[in-house]
Design a protein around this ligand. Structure first.
Ligand code: AGP
Length: 362
């Protein structure tokens, strides 16, 4: 049960929380479904989504990374323009707001001070806010006009895992509800597709030895590591690199494949680990081109692909899910690789140095 805050037989909360993700997906399906099997969302939220001419997502860290995926989902599915902002930067770079802005705060804890500061500021301006959080009754939930819950159960490990996948799942549901409210025809049923995702995640959490081997082989000695991807894979690379740096202290960066040649490729040396994500057919050729470029400069490359993009030599092949939802699956090996890298480097997985679970000060 995801609401169990005991570690049980798990050595770390992080591993337990990674393993809980299929359960969380099914929990979300249950909570966002009515008796007829249709989507269930508050009418007020539907109205707010229908009313707005531009959405401003505000968040920090992993929740920000989920917001980047959320932008794509909302723009592709509901056809509403979305901007994503780092909460702590918002005050300095306050965007010119549209006529009918709607703010979406994404926060696992609902207590992040940087996000709250923005919420307070935009409320003063008279704007509406929706908070997506794992903690009902949290500050960001109480102070917003609307709340969507993640139903992920308590997340104890400092490194966020199940909250990220829950955030993306709920954003997909929100996008579809908003599309339907506008009469947009869709052949994407998020509840059915999330059930497929749950099974896909399960098949990956069953392959822990593979992820452990990759972690050992690529990350046990190194001081740095790169994650490369294009399109939505790039956003997942940002999350994969954040996971790795926060718990293993390896300097890790996520890069858009096409940006490598504009600077980053200078860092590639003999043996530099480069983990590449290729989950989408339309970017497969280009990202594999990037993999060749770094390999030619000595990088130790590891490709993670899917059933549709797989090629000989790929280290991990992800089960197929709806293309909108690939981040829910592709992030799982990156979470596990980060976990095992930290473990093999004797790091305190659940409580990394210098970090707190929720950052309640500016
Ligand atoms: C994630 O692994 C981090 N520890 C951190 O980036 C976190 O996501 C961030 O502080 C935001 O927290 P929140 O979702 O509780 O607002």
């Amino acid at each position: 049960d995801a609401s169990d805050i005991e570690k049980g037989t798990y050595p770390h909360y992080m591993l337990k929380e990674i393993d809980e993700q299929p359960f969380v997906m099914r929990n979300i399906i249950k909570h966002y479904q009515n008796e007829d099997g249709n989507l269930k969302l508050d009418d007020d939220i539907r109205e707010a989504m229908k009313e707005t001419d531009r959405i401003y997502i505000v968040a920090c860290g992993t929740s920000y990374n989920a917001g980047l995926v959320g932008k794509q989902l909302i723009e592709n599915i509901a056809k509403v323009p979305v901007e994503v902002h780092i909460a702590s930067e918002f005050v300095y770079n306050m965007p010119l707001l549209s006529e009918k802005p709607l703010f979406i705060f994404i926060s696992q804890s609902g207590e992040t001070a940087d996000s709250r500061a923005v919420l307070v500021a935009i409320k003063k301006l008279g704007h509406k806010a929706l908070t997506i959080t794992n903690v009902p009754g949290s500050t960001l939930s109480r102070e917003a006009n609307y709340t969507l819950n993640l139903y992920a159960g308590p997340e104890i490990a400092v490194a966020s895992t199940k909250a990220y996948t829950a955030q993306i799942a709920v954003l997909a549901i929100l996008a579809v509800d908003a599309a339907r409210a506008q009469g947009i025809e869709l052949d994407f049923n998020p509840l059915q597709e999330l059930a497929i995702v749950a099974n896909a995640i399960e098949s990956l959490t069953d392959q822990k030895e593979t992820m452990e081997r990759v972690a050992q082989e690529y990350l046990s000695e190194t001081r740095n590591a790169f994650f490369i991807g294009r399109a939505v894979d790039y956003f997942v690379c940002l999350e994969g690199s954040l996971k790795l740096k926060e718990i293993s202290y390896i300097q890790a960066e996520g890069f858009a494949g096409g940006e490598l040649k504009h600077g980053t490729i200078a860092l590639i040396e003999d043996g530099t680990p480069v983990i590449a994500l290729s989950t989408q057919e339309h970017v497969d050729l280009s990202i594999r081109g990037n993999v060749k470029e770094v390999a030619a400069r000595g990088a130790n490359t590891c490709v993670i692909s899917t059933e549709v993009t797989k090629d000989e030599g790929d280290r991990i092949v992800l089960p197929e899910v709806h293309e909108y939802l690939t981040p829910l699956v592709s992030v799982v090996p990156l979470q596990l690789i980060a976990y095992y890298a930290a473990l093999h480097r004797d790091c305190d997985v659940d409580k990394p140095r210098n970090l707190a679970k929720s950052v309640t000060v500016e």
